[in-house]
Ligand binder design. Structure first.
Ligand code: HPA
Ligand code: ZN
Length: 340
């Protein structure tokens, strides 16, 4: 590993574009919120809960993820969750975040959408004011549920659309292709929103292809398996459709068996607009900087490629062009001023 690159990871301004806020729920907070809300957990302590974070695939993770978020009940719970992530983000020099939340998972438990959005959005606004972190909020639909359920959720979200910036699609991928939600995302686009969907994490390259050509996404979340389709690679590179890669997530969910096999560098070398993200950091063993460090440890990433990844995180964001240019300028300045 080129250890001279480590300080850049800490110092370079970064945007995080693939982060499920419920996936930043640390075991300590699970216990604190269970206590505050008078809930009994099936684990005796924090250590035994953390031990359950051993997954062999996406579904095993999702089962634990949905169970964990059941402690989120009040506006304050959603606020505290989001605020804890933002404080962590500031320590890591993350200056812009685009975060997902999974409203259907909470609606199913009887938590109103207003409670969820009020809490998350208030923390994001405080983060902007007090920590200088700009943000976008993405309402993500659960693909294992029906199209009808997604449309009902969109209908319920109508009064809150001024606090939503885009729509996403996550949860169990295989068997739930993007085409299942073609009409839903057409409606989201018609309403003027950005869209991004998880595709090609476990699902085949055809799902990435559907996301791009049928749903007309602005961004692909994961997209690892695009590598298996040459024509798709050419299209993603030509159109500069961003991929939000999540290396530690891929390792934990056995999308890759070792980080040495991670497709990051292959995708970068093919000219794709790839970014590094943490996905569900409380469950996958590290926040954004840990993802960068793990990559540097296992892949021959150059100083120029590291600079490119930081710049890509802003290029792929939904910030206005002027803001992107400012942050990219600062990154370039940092890399130019430090000795090679
Ligand atoms: O990585 C993921 N994939 C699909 N659904 C998810 N929900 C939270 N994280 C993920
Ligand atoms: Zn994800």
């Amino acid at each position: 590993m080129d250890t001279t690159l480590l300080p850049f990871i800490e110092q370079m301004p970064k945007a995080e574009l693939h982060l499920h806020i419920e996936g930043s729920l640390e075991p300590e907070m699970v216990f604190a919120l269970a206590c505050r809300n008078g809930l009994q957990l099936p684990y005796p302590d924090v250590a035994s809960l953390r031990q359950a974070y051993d997954f062999s695939n996406l579904q095993e993770f999702l089962d634990v993820y949905y169970a964990g978020m059941a402690v989120l009940r009040t506006r304050q719970d959603f606020y505290d969750l989001t605020w804890a992530y933002l404080q962590r983000a500031q320590q890591e020099r993350i200056v812009h975040v685009e975060i997902f939340f999974d409203p259907q998972a909470h609606l199913e438990r009887g938590i109103p959408l207003a409670t969820q959005i009020d809490g998350i959005h208030a923390a994001l606004e405080d983060g902007q004011r007090q920590l200088g972190i700009s943000f976008r909020l993405i309402l993500s639909f659960l693909r294992h549920l029906s199209e009808e359920s997604a449309f009902q959720t969109l209908e319920q979200a109508m009064p809150y659309l001024n606090r939503i910036d885009g729509f996403g699609l996550d949860s169990s991928e295989v068997g739930h292709p993007p085409e299942k939600f073609a009409r839903l995302f057409a409606r989201c686009r018609q309403l003027g929103f950005k869209i991004c969907v998880h595709a090609g994490e476990e699902g085949p390259p055809d799902y990435v292809q559907q996301a791009v050509n049928l749903l007309q996404v602005d961004r692909i979340d994961h997209g690892n398996r695009a590598l298996e389709d040459e024509a798709l690679l050419v299209q993603l590179a030509a159109r500069q459709i961003p991929l939000t890669l999540c290396p530690l997530s891929n390792l934990k969910l056995h999308v890759v068996q070792q980080l040495q096999q991670h497709p990051l560098l292959k995708l970068l070398q093919r000219g794709l607009l790839v970014t590094i993200n943490s996905d569900d950091p409380a469950y996958f063993g590290g926040y954004l900087s840990a993802n960068y460090r793990a990559l540097l440890e296992h892949l021959p990433i150059s100083r120029e490629q590291l600079r490119q990844l930081a710049c890509n995180s802003f290029t792929a964001s939904w910030l206005p062009a002027e803001d992107k240019a400012v942050w990219i300028g600062r990154i370039n300045q940092l890399f130019a001023s430090a000795p090679a």
